[in-house]
Design a protein around this ligand. Structure first.
Ligand code: ZN
Length: 393
C-alpha cells in the first residue's frame, strides 16, 4: 500500500513536471515587440498628405502578420490601432514581455524635400548633428504625455545627449542591435533596391528604456514626394514589412535556431540614383560601411602582425549547429577560418587583425564572396567584447 501510494505520488510529480515543461515550451517563443511610432493626437511628421503615424502602423501590422505566420514567433504590439502610448510605456511593454527584439518603426522628414532613403538607429552616442536632431524630434513626443517632467526625471528633450551616461550600462545589447540594424539596412538596399543611409547611433528615449537588442527604423522620408508615396502605398508598405521581417528572421535563425521562411521580396523597380541625395548628416560612429568598402577590396590583412594582447577583430561569416571543416572550399574560397563554439553554435570567422580599418576591408571581402550578412566580432584576451567597447580601447 505504501509502495502504491509512493508510486502514485511520483506519477503525479512526473506528470506535473511534464505539464510544467510543456508550458515552458509554449512560453519559449521568440518574442518580437513591434512599435508603431506616434499615434492619436501625436501624428508624427506629415508632408504632402502623408501622415507618419498611419504609415508606421500600416507597416507594423503587415510586418507582424508575416512574423506571426511562423508559429515559433510571438509578436507583441505597443499599439495596433490609432492610440497614444507613452514612450516609456512602449519600452516597458517590451521589458515586461522579456522580448528578444524591440523594433520601432518611424518615417523621417526634412524641410528640404529632396533627401530620401532609410536609416536604422541603435541606441548610443552620436557625433552627428543630424542624427541628434532626428532623436530630438522623436523624443519630443514625451512633452505631449501627462506629467512628463516627473516621469522622465530631469530629462531635457532638447538635449538627448543627456541619456547617454545612463545608457552605457546597456552595451551588452549593442552587438545584436547593430547586427539587426545592419541586416535591415542591407535588405532595404540590396534586396528591396531602396536607398540606404546606413546604420547610426543616436540617443532615442524609446530605445534607452528598453533592455534588449533594439532598433529604430526611419523607413524613409515622407517629405520626399516619391518616397512618401511609396511608403504610403500598399505595395511599398508590404515590401518594407517583408524586408524587415526577412532581417528579423535571419537574426532569429542565426542566434536562436529554427529555419528561415521563404520571403519573396519584390525589388523596387526604379533604380537607386547613387549619391544624388544632398548630405544632411556626417558620418557616424557605427555607420554601416558596407557600401563604401565594397569599392576597396584589394587590401589583404597582414596576419603576422596580430598582437594577441590587443583587441582582435574578426569577421563572422556564419553560425552552424553542425561542425564545418575550416578549409577555403567550405567558405567560398576564404582562408584563415577560425571558429568558436557558443551556445551549441559553431561560429565561423574569417581574418584576424588588431586594426578595425583592416577588419572593415576583410568584411567587404567576405561580402563579395557571398557572405552578405557577415559582420565584425571583437575579442580581448580570447573573450568576445562589444564592438563599441573595442573601439574605445
Ligand atoms: Zn517618428
Amino acid at each position: 500500500m505504501k509502495i502504491a501510494l509512493k508510486f502514485k505520488h511520483s506519477v503525479l510529480v512526473l506528470s506535473l513536471f511534464f505539464v510544467a515543461t510543456l508550458s515552458a515550451q509554449t512560453n519559449s517563443k521568440f518574442k518580437v515587440v513591434l512599435d508603431a511610432g506616434h499615434g492619436a493626437h501625436d501624428i508624427g511628421a506629415t508632408y504632402h498628405g502623408f501622415v507618419e503615424k498611419n504609415i508606421n502602423l500600416a507597416i507594423v501590422l503587415k510586418l507582424g502578420k508575416i512574423l506571426e505566420a511562423d508559429p515559433s514567433v510571438q509578436v507583441i504590439y505597443t499599439r495596433n490601432d490609432d492610440t497614444f502610448v507613452d514612450l516609456v510605456e512602449r519600452a516597458n511593454i517590451a521589458n515586461r514581455a522579456d522580448a528578444n527584439f524591440f523594433v520601432s518603426i518611424h518615417c523621417n522628414a526634412n524641410k528640404n524635400t529632396e533627401p530620401y532613403g532609410s536609416e536604422t538607429f541603435v541606441m548610443g552616442l552620436s557625433k552627428s548633428a543630424s542624427s541628434l536632431a532626428i532623436a530630438k524630434k522623436e523624443n519630443a513626443v514625451i512633452t505631449l504625455e501627462d506629467n512628463y517632467k516627473s516621469k522622465y526625471a530631469g530629462y531635457d528633450p532638447n538635449s538627448p545627449e543627456s541619456l547617454i551616461s545612463a545608457t552605457l550600462a546597456q552595451e551588452e545589447y549593442l552587438d545584436q542591435s547593430i547586427e539587426l540594424a545592419s541586416r535591415i539596412q542591407d535588405g532595404l538596399e540590396n534586396k528591396l533596391n531602396r536607398k540606404s543611409r546606413g546604420v547610426a547611433q543616436a540617443p532615442f528615449m524609446v530605445l534607452h528604456k528598453a533592455f534588449m537588442p533594439r532598433v529604430l527604423i526611419e523607413t524613409g522620408f515622407i517629405s520626399n514626394k516619391d518616397e512618401g508615396a511609396y511608403l504610403n502605398s500598399e505595395e511599398g508598405q508590404q515590401n518594407m514589412a517583408k524586408t524587415i521581417a526577412d532581417a528579423i528572421f535571419r537574426m532569429k535563425v542565426e542566434h536562436f535556431g529554427g529555419t528561415m521562411p521563404v520571403i519573396d521580396i519584390k525589388k523596387y523597380e526604379k533604380p537607386i540614383v547613387k549619391d544624388s541625395t544632398p548630405k544632411i548628416k556626417e558620418q557616424t560612429q557605427v555607420k554601416d560601411t558596407s557600401k563604401e568598402i565594397k569599392k576597396t577590396i584589394e587590401l589583404k590583412p597582414d596576419a603576422k602582425t596580430v598582437d594577441p594582447n590587443k583587441v582582435i577583430f574578426k569577421v563572422q561569416l556564419k553560425a552552424s549547429k553542425t561542425k564545418i571543416e575550416s578549409k577555403p572550399e567550405s567558405f567560398n574560397g576564404l582562408d584563415k577560418i577560425s571558429f568558436v563554439l557558443e551556445k551549441e553554435y559553431y561560429k565561423y570567422m574569417f581574418g584576424e587583425t588588431n586594426d578595425y580599418e583592416v577588419s572593415k576591408k576583410q568584411l567587404a571581402e567576405a561580402r563579395t564572396k557571398g557572405f552578405d550578412s557577415a559582420f565584425i566580432v571583437t575579442f580581448k584576451n580570447g573573450i568576445k567584447i562589444s564592438l563599441n567597447e573595442a573601439l574605445k580601447k
